[in-house]
Design a protein around this ligand. Sequence first.
Ligand SMILES: [Mg+2]
Length: 237
Amino acid sequence: MGRLQALLFDCDGVLVDTERDGHRVAFNEAFAKKDLKVSWSPERYGELLHTAGGKERMRRHFDETGWPVAERDRDGFIKDLHKLKTDLFMALIADGKLPLRPGIARIMREAIDAGVTIAVCSTSNERAVQSIVDVLLGADVAPHVTVFAGDMVKAKKPDPEIYLMAVNRLQLDPAKCLVVEDSHIGLTAADAAGIRCLVTKSSYTEQEDFRAATKVVSELGEGASALELPDLESLLI
Ligand SMILES: [Mg+2]
């Protein structure tokens, strides 16, 4: 691989469909543990995602459908439920129950074999990102992946800081790197860092504006239609 020096992956929505397969599932498990008879479908959760923040999302749901507790108990109820949900989310990752998106493990192994540098650049919680890398990518891949996450940078995406940090610390040439993102915000960060970007759309980002992307696909995929390492390298030309 002469031209492709590094692949820089976003985490949430790229390595895993975190919202649909992780956070949504953990909310539903928390509701079940509390006998709440609430279960959010992928469609319902898609509506609730317009509200930022997990606690705020639950408040909105109960505002719309009725609260199971008295008004004075609402704050404590939401706080407890959110703590339980967070623990259940971390357990989903630790137990390997959050599925990797199609083609991720394969493309990483191809990159390792070709001597291409791999990093994960996310402005989400560092513990969750590192855990996703360690547990889901496994012992043969994870040691080859450098993680840049969470509080390492002051400005979150769409600011390019996390990508600039990766390029700087790993001593990469931005023209020889490719970012993989699933959202408009992530694409904007890559673009501002001067790095070409492949978008693999995820459940809740399908309708976003990806006009700045080098290429847009639904997933890296497996089998005949899969994007392989030479296909990614050709995006740099
Ligand atoms: Mg993302």
